[in-house]
Write a protein that binds this ligand. Structure first.
Ligand SMILES: [Zn+2]
Length: 626
């Protein structure tokens, strides 16, 4: 079949991607899609789709710009076995030469629907977000953008689809989609728009549990869990106390909700990718198996679920106009991600503390670590915070090497500092009568119950800030967004009555994270980060290690003439404080060894916040709301 397809494909004419005016009117007819996941444990998803058509040239798109990923990241490289038939006869198709996500096909006369079948070869490892490992022998996570093509020419919200999913025998599932009927292991879902289909992922597995996070509420919120073992999905009331508090505190913050029901779709596995992806009425949350049982893991990853939940308000219900697109083919523009992601990260830190997942001290540790990391962004001398958002499809995939110099997705962490600056400024200007909580209610707490996306612009953000507290917010924000230079332009920590200092001991939160990632963070002392085996991840541009000749990718083999160990390097940094001799490292670059001398004598440095006088606004921000 593959050979026949390849031959017939050459007969189809090559065409440039059409750029038709998109119709914002119903696409005639309803697509059907049968997703066969019975081979999900082998990482093969099989699809059979029907698409109502009229004769003539037609273009089918595979979703390219993935909401929440903010990038043209649809994993089309994993699509194989594409066969398009009309009335049982295989049709030739040709990929567009400029747009790899578009397939052109000529629909013959007498054809009212196309039958399209293909496989999605779900990755076993690597990849990012939805395109990372998504199935194990016991479970599967499905982002449905991977499972369907859609016709060009229409707003995708005007295309309807009737999906069904067949699971391995006995597996249970959760999704925000509504069940129409069930027969054996096949579930038919109610017809929905293509947008809502893509926005409604599924988790399924042999081991599954579902718990109510807001008992008695009119609008239910559930935590659905799949894992590789039965014990992984059984959560105790004690373990559920914090997620329940997250729901309560988030609803108190926004004062409205934008879903009919909300479902956390939590995967606890060591064999899938680990990330969260937001959706309007659900979130795809993937964490390691020991998230609830390992204290370090729980502390370090505590903010993931609050982050994705906040996105139901910030990102899904309210979305930057530039990020709203008529279909999954039109490019998204990421310039307001410092609101979409930055403010979400700010609220998620705050809610992680307000719900008791972090203590107030751990919340302050998180701000200390972020402020230190952003202060050490040497690349701020050439790249503004705004550019890290504008270039998000690049910054998401930049990697760790030279991250300080190239900068990364800094609109998340520096976005937090920016919004802390806004929050503390509102509190100062209003005599502590108002805060960013008022902005949350004014901007997101509207249209209670509606999940029709309401877009916004920079000016809308500024206008609502002005309703909360009169100030020149446009200049305030632009000054911080557009700044280049060596120092951090945000001052929320100082406004909040605290200051960033460095001591020779890591803070509690960093210690938890360091243990998990098996990394050594010496960015603020000799200027490098490395694995516990000595492989260098990043080197501070212009820092002591850089000046000694180290670059990312080198391996530290020995410290002052002895085998490398993390403790030995830390001890050497401490010992050098009282010495004029440099720290001598034997390093390996591929297969070449050399000796470098780091002339550094200031000791180990790790970030903390200490009180600096004035009112303590940070503790107020982190305090649970009654
Ligand atoms: Zn996010």
């Amino acid at each position: 079949m593959t050979i026949a397809l390849a031959c017939s494909a050459t007969a189809a004419p090559a065409r440039a991607a059409d750029a038709p005016t998109l119709l914002d009117q119903p696409y005639p007819g309803t697509l059907t899609l049968a997703v066969d996941l019975t081979e999900a444990p082998k990482r093969v998803f099989r699809m059979h789709e029907t698409i109502p058509v009229t004769p003539g040239p037609m273009t089918l798109y595979y979703p390219k710009w993935i909401p929440g990923e903010h990038a043209p990241s649809g994993p089309i490289q994993n699509v194989a076995g594409v066969v398009i038939k009309a009335n049982g006869k295989q049709l030739p198709w040709r990929r567009d030469l400029r747009e790899m996500y578009a397939l052109h096909v000529d629909v013959p006369q007498g054809t009212s629907r196309l039958d399209l079948s293909f496989e999605f070869l779900s990755p076993g490892g690597g990849g990012e977000f939805g395109a990372s490992a998504s199935s194990t022998p016991n479970l599967v996570d499905v982002e449905f953008n991977q499972t369907a093509f859609y016709p060009a020419g229409y707003y995708s919200r005007q295309i309807t689809i009737q999906p069904s999913v067949t699971l391995p025998a006995g597996w249970k599932f959760a999704t925000a989609m509504q069940v129409a009927s069930q027969s054996g292991d096949t579930t038919q879902f109610k017809q929905l728009t293509f947008n809502n289909f893509v926005d409604s992922p599924m988790i399924a597995g042999k081991h599954f549990d579902r718990v109510d996070l807001d008992p008695g509420a009119k609008v239910p919120v559930h935590l659905n869990v799949v894992g590789d073992g039965a014990k992984d999905v059984k959560l105790t009331d004690q373990q559920l106390a914090a997620p329940r508090a997250v729901v309560r505190q988030t609803l108190k913050l926004f004062g409205a909700h934008h879903y009919d029901h909300y479902d956390f779709l939590l995967t606890l596995s060591d064999h899938t990718g680990h990330f969260g992806l937001e959706h309007h009425q659900s979130s795809d949350d993937r964490l390691p198996a020991d998230f609830f049982t390992d204290k370090n893991m729980h502390t370090a990853a505590a903010s993931l679920m609050p982050h994705e939940y906040v996105h139901s308000w910030n990102g899904k219900f309210r979305r930057p106009a530039d990020l709203w697109t008529a279909n999954f083919e039109q490019p998204m523009r990421d310039d307001l991600l410092w609101v979409y992601e930055g403010l979400t990260d700010y609220w998620c830190g705050v809610l992680t503390a307000r719900s008791g997942l972090w203590t107030p001290a751990q919340y302050r540790d998180s701000m200390a670590s972020i402020a230190a990391a952003m202060s050490a962004r040497t690349g701020r001398s050439w790249r503004s915070l705004q550019d890290t958002a504008d270039a998000a499809p690049l910054t998401y995939y930049g990697g760790y090497d030279w991250a300080n110099w190239r900068r990364g997705t800094d609109f998340y962490p520096e976005g937090q500092l920016l919004w802390l600056d806004v929050d503390t400024r509102i509190r100062q200007l209003s005599g502590n009568k108002r805060s960013l909580d008022d902005f949350a209610r004014a901007f997101y707490g509207i249209d209670n119950g509606s999940y029709v996306t309401k877009t916004y612009t920079f000016d809308d953000v500024v206008n609502t800030l002005n309703q909360v507290q009169k100030y020149d917010w446009a200049s305030f924000l632009r000054k911080r967004l557009d700044a280049t230079g060596n120092s951090l332009p945000e001052h929320g920590i100082e406004n909040g009555g605290w200051k960033l200092v460095y001591t020779d001991k890591p803070n509690e939160l960093d210690k938890a994270a360091e243990g998990l990632r098996h990394s050594l963070n010496l960015a603020y002392s000799i200027g490098l980060t490395a694995s516990l085996k000595g492989e260098i991840f990043d080197v501070q541009w212009g820092g002591p290690a850089f000046n000694a000749g180290l670059v990312p990718g080198f391996e530290i083999v020995a410290v002052d003439g002895k085998d490398f160990s993390p403790e030995r390097l830390e001890d050497a940094i401490t010992a050098a404080k009282d010495s004029k001799s440099p720290i001598t490292l034997l390093v390996k670059n591929v297969d070449v060894y050399s000796t470098v001398n780091i002339d550094y004598h200031d000791g180990l440095k790790y970030p903390h916040l200490v009180r600096a006088g004035g009112k303590d606004l940070l503790d107020d921000i982190a305090a649970a709301r009654k």
